[in-house]
Ligand binder design. Structure first.
Ligand code: C2E
Ligand code: CA
Ligand code: CA
Length: 405
């Protein structure tokens, strides 16, 4: 629902809610009661229901949502998760029942099932989740987010051309946590805009530090979640963050996903145009994994495609995979776009990509993501006097060690 609201606006979001409520209502038996609890959450009360009856009701509700909804000529598919709780088995008062149903609903979401019955064993994870959301708020307020930076090199010369900023959470108890363990919760808790702003500030401050350390200016790439890119105030906030540091827009690359582009083309076009006018580079991340259409690649103001590492990994030993990458590089160039290959883990892959005319590479074979000061050191160590690396011997880490994802 959030996606619909963000991309189509609240009016159409409301219209969709009204239609959904109508469908749900059409399934009701005479003594049942349906209420909207808020947002996109509804509650169905069935007097004196057995567990079996309640579970059947869940199926009824879900079935009612199968057919797409039509809002302003768009066919929208809606999915729902249902949590089931019955009295007196799970709780006997309203508050208790609602709470159990809520916990069961998260279980349904978590299991990617459509409905789930309350299970006391979930009480802990539910409490845990709430606690983590609280900790995330603290993390944002108390500077527990840090960025690691992973360099990119241009081909064929191997010069360091940019770095990607990747967020980590220095959790006071559990230590360094990687984005896949907390970003989904950040999104769910509505904290993504705050996280993006924080990441932006940290990255721009780091650019100033590197400048002071005597490093050449390396553009920093920042990841934007689909929800932060539909945020129409974003270009202004970014412009402000650049201006207070007296930095030009071309120090920033924004990595967006195809998801964002597909959500609302007109809006995406407007936001991207504004960002590009600031001199910012726009890159399409994880390219090839979404629902790309050639039309949007032709029409949207983007500069760069970042081919997903799922395509890069098999390149060295699979001729068909190699051909796919090669022709994608050609496609990018035919559209006037740069191609970046991510997840380059060995020299063979590096060499092949250079042969195909790929413009930039990123991956463990060049370097793993590292803290800002470590990058300064890394850069100075391997490149006395300038940003040149011999193409045939990009240094560092075998891909077998450490963390992969
Ligand atoms: P991504 O944008 O595709 O980032 C690249 C991920 O691949 C990083 O994982 C990086 O450590 C990893 N990687 C780099 N080179 C290699 C390689 O050669 N082999 C393999 N197997 N992996 C490699 P990380 O840092 O865990 O980030 C995961 C995802 O989290 C990112 O995927 C991005 O979608 C998201 N993310 C990270 N930072 C941010 C952020 O500040 N904001 C938002 N919205 N998302 C972020
Ligand atoms: Ca990225
Ligand atoms: Ca990626």
């Amino acid at each position: 629902f959030k996606e619909v609201n963000d991309s189509l606006g609240h009016l159409l979001g409301d219209e969709l809610l009204v239609q959904v409520a109508g469908r749900l209502r059409s399934t009701l038996h005479p003594d049942e009661e349906l209420a909207r609890l808020g947002g996109d959450e509804f509650a169905l009360v069935i007097p004196a229901a057995t567990l079996e009856q309640a579970e059947q009701a869940a199926v009824r509700l879900l079935d009612a949502l199968t057919e797409p909804f039509h809002v302003e000529g768009l066919a929208l598919h809606v999915d729902a998760s249902v949590g089931v709780a019955v009295s007196p088995r799970h709780a006997t008062d309203t508050t208790g029942l609602l709470r159990c149903a809520d916990i069961a609903m998260y279980r349904a979401k978590y299991l990617r099932g459509r409905s789930a019955v309350y299970d006391a064993a979930d009480d802990d994870p539910a409490r845990q989740r709430l606690q983590t959301v609280e900790e995330l708020r603290t993390a944002l307020a108390r500077d527990q987010l840090v960025l690691h930076y992973q360099p990119q090199a241009s081909l064929p010369d191997g010069q360091i051309s940019a770095v990607e900023a990747l967020v980590r959470w220095c959790h006071p108890e559990t230590g360094l946590r990687y984005p896949d363990t907390f970003l989904p919760l950040v999104e769910e808790a509505g904290l993504m805009a705050a996280l993006t702003d924080r990441v932006l500030e940290l990255a721009l401050d780091q650019i100033l530090t590197w400048q002071a350390d005597g490093l050449p200016v390396l553009p920093v790439a920042i990841n934007l979640s689909a929800s932060s890119t539909v945020d129409t105030a974003l270009p202004d906030r970014i412009a402000g963050a650049l201006a207070v540091r007296d930095l030009p827009g071309n120090v920033l690359v924004l990595e967006i996903t195809e998801q964002f582009l597909m959500a609302d083309r007109a809006r995406a076009h407007a936001v991207l145009t504004q960002l590009r006018q600031l001199g910012i580079t726009i890159s399409i991340d994880d390219f090839g994994t979404g629902y790309s259409s050639l039309a949007y690649l032709r029409d949207l103001p983007v500069d760069e495609l970042k081919l997903d590492r799922a395509f890069i990994a098999p390149l060295a030993d699979d001729a068909r995979a190699a051909n796919l990458v090669r022709s994608t590089v050609d496609l990018a160039h035919a559209l006037g776009l740069r191609m970046v290959a991510e997840g380059v883990e060995d020299q063979t892959t590096w060499n092949e990509l250079a042969r195909y005319g790929c413009d930039h590479i990123q991956g463990y074979h060049l370097a793993r993501p590292m803290p800002g000061p470590a990058l300064t050191h890394w850069f100075q160590q391997r490149q006395p006097g300038g940003p040149h690396i011999p193409t045939q011997h990009p240094s560092r880490t075998p891909s077998s060690a450490g963390r992969t994802n």
